[in-house]
Design a protein around this ligand. Sequence first.
Ligand code: DX5
Ligand code: ZN
Length: 234
Amino acid sequence: MRRDSQLQLVFDSAPVIAPSMLKCDFSDLGGEIAALDRAGSRVLHWDVMDGHFVPNLSYGAMVIAAQRKRTEQLFDAHLMIADPARYLDDFLAAGCDAITFHLEAVPEPRALLRAIRTADRLAGLAINPGTPVDALRPFVDDCDVLLIMSVEPGFGGQAFLPAAIEKVRQARALAGPKKIVSVDGGIGPSTIAECARAGANLFVAGSSVFDTDDYSAAMRVLRDIAGPCRNSLS
Ligand code: DX5
Ligand code: ZN
């Protein structure tokens, strides 16, 4: 089975909680991934930052590639970098199953979205809090994932911006029932229900998983809240 089909399959049992590895303990990356395996996580969210598109640096394709052999979990790469096309081959070689980049980072996203799909991965487009959902409209047919940022990208642990809820609703209306609508930033027990009701089915969670000592329980809480809140379109 192609990995993109596997990722799509995970979403048949929505909602999906994807721990944001930006918030993990980098002194023990392998141990963190093993703990998430045991906690039943199926998708890992990798935040790549270049200190230019966002004012922070994290890690790149080499670090992700080194973890690929450690887990069967699907890899969801979130590229917060200025020139994502330049590094596409590296993220493909690293074994990323979904690759999402920012609309604000490129003059024209279509060619890159198509290149990601041509490589049998899911192609995603992300928008910052200041970018309207309407900006995604011309490209939606070339996307598998629409990612709504609910904080300014760059750092974990920020407060959820409530304006994201309406944007998730608009993104789901634009995407229709089949595509993945993801929300990223400040997702926790007090914010996930509204996002699920608005139509999100992929929830990136950093602090609300890693700032606990029981990843399994933290993810279960989020899943249990989001599960009954599904939107009629998602
Ligand atoms: C922010 C990143 C997020 C972040 C989420 O730029 O894209 O994935 O790590 O962390 P929390 O859940 O703590 O907001
Ligand atoms: Zn992210």
